[in-house]
Design a protein around this ligand. Structure first.
Ligand code: NAP
Length: 282
C-alpha cells in the first residue's frame, strides 16, 4: 500500500470528496466511503482508489464496512469521520435511533470503535467533521435523550449531533492519546455542497438557490482545507489533539462541547447503544 492511508466517510460528495481528491493528489491511498454506490465508484475510479458503500442508518452495515476496512487496510493513518447532514424528518432508523444522531455521530462512534486496535497500532489521527451549528443550535443537548424523544426538531437534532462530534473527539483524546491516538474536530465553513438538498429545511433554500451566493458559501475545495491540513499535519507540532479547529486555527467550542463529564457520558451511552455490534472489538 503506497504512501499514507486515509479512510474518509462521506467521500462521495462535498467536503469529503474534495478531501479525498486533495489527499490522493498528494500521494495518499484513500478509502473512498459513500452511501450512494454510483457516486463513490465514480470518484474512486477517477482517483484509482478503492471504494466502500454503507448506509450509516444501519449499524449492521457499519459493522460490515469496518470488517472490510480491517481486512483491506493493515495500517490506517487517518480516519476522517465526515459523512453527515440534516434530514427531512426525524425518522427512526431500523436500529431505533433518531436518524440525524445515528448518521452523524453513532455510526462513526461504532466505526471508530471497531477500528480502534488498528488505529492504535498505526498511531492514527481521527478527524471528525463537526459544525458551528453545535453552538448555534446545539443548546438543548441532553445526554439522556440522544434520540430526542422529548425535543423534536430536525435542526436541534443536527446541532446536537455536531456537538457529539466534538465531545467524541475530546473523549477519544482523553482515553487514547497516551497510547498514540490523536483526535480533532473541525468546522469546514459554510460550504456549497449537496448539504440539505431535497430536505424540507430552510437550509435547502440557503444552500441550493441564488441565496448561496448572497450568503457567501465557500467552494467545497476550500471547505476541505482544514480536514486536509489536519490529515497532513503532525499532532503536537501542527495541531493539538483533543481540540476543535476552524480555518486551521484552534477555536474554543461551546461550553457544553468543553464539558469533560458530558464527553464521558456520551461515550458510555454510545458504547451501550452500539453494544450488540461491538462483539470481538477491543
Ligand atoms: N456544507 C456545509 O456548509 C457544512 C457546514 C458545517 C458542517 N458540515 C458537515 O460536513 C460534512 C460533509 O457534508 P457536506 O457539506 O460535504 O454534504 P454533502 O455534499 O451532502 O455530502 C455528505 C456526504 O455524507 C454522505 N452521507 C449522507 N448520509 C449518509 C448515510 N446515511 N450513510 C452514509 N453516508 C451518508 C453522503 O453520501 P452520498 O452522497 O453517497 O449519498 C455524502 O458523501 C457533514 O458532516 C456536515 O454535517 C457541512
Amino acid at each position: 500500500m503506497e504512501g499514507r492511508v486515509a479512510l474518509i466517510t462521506g467521500a462521495s460528495d462535498g467536503v469529503g470528496e474534495q478531501a479525498a481528491r486533495a489527499l490522493a493528489a498528494r500521494g495518499w491511498t484513500v478509502g473512498v466511503i459513500g452511501r450512494t454506490e454510483s457516486k463513490a465508484r465514480r470518484i474512486a475510479d477517477e482517483l484509482g482508489m478503492p471504494f466502500y458503500v454503507a448506509d450509516f442508518a444501519s449499524l449492521s452495515a457499519v459493522r460490515e464496512l469496518a470488517l472490510r476496512l480491517r481486512a483491506d487496510f493493515p495500517r490506517v493513518d487517518v480516519l476522517a469521520n465526515n459523512a453527515g447532514g440534516i434530514f427531512s424528518r426525524q425518522a427512526r432508523t431500523a436500529d431505533g435511533h433518531e436518524i440525524t444522531h445515528q448518521v452523524n455521530h453513532l455510526a462513526h462512534f461504532l466505526l471508530t470503535r471497531l477500528m480502534l486496535d488498528r488505529l492504535l497500532e498505526s498511531r492514527a489521527a481521527v478527524v471528525n467533521t463537526s459544525s458551528v451549528a453545535h453552538k448555534l443550535i446545539g443548546f438543548n443537548f441532553d445526554v439522556n435523550d440522544l434520540d430526542m424523544r422529548r425535543h423534536r426538531s430536525q435542526h436541534l437534532a443536527y446541532g446536537n449531533a455536531k456537538l457529539c462530534n466534538i465531545l467524541f473527539s475530546s473523549e477519544l483524546h482523553r482515553r487514547f492519546h497516551a497510547a498514540g491516538l490523536s483526535a480533532a474536530s473541525f468546522h469546514p465553513g459554510m460550504v456549497a455542497t449537496s448539504f440539505a438538498r431535497g430536505t424540507a429545511s430552510p437550509m435547502n433554500l440557503f444552500y441550493h438557490t441564488g441565496l448561496r451566493r448572497l450568503l457567501g458559501l465557500i467552494p467545497p475545495e476550500e471547505g476541505a482545507d482544514t480536514l486536509v491540513w489536519l490529515a497532513e499535519g503532525t499532532p503536537g507540532r501542527d495541531w493539538e489533539s483533543g481540540k476543535y479547529y476552524v480555518r486551521r486555527k484552534e477555536t474554543t467550542p461551546s461550553r457544553k462541547a468543553r464539558d469533560a463529564g458530558l464527553a464521558r457520558a456520551l461515550w458510555e451511552k454510545s458504547e451501550a447503544a452500539c453494544a450488540p455490534f461491538l462483539a470481538g472489538a477491543l
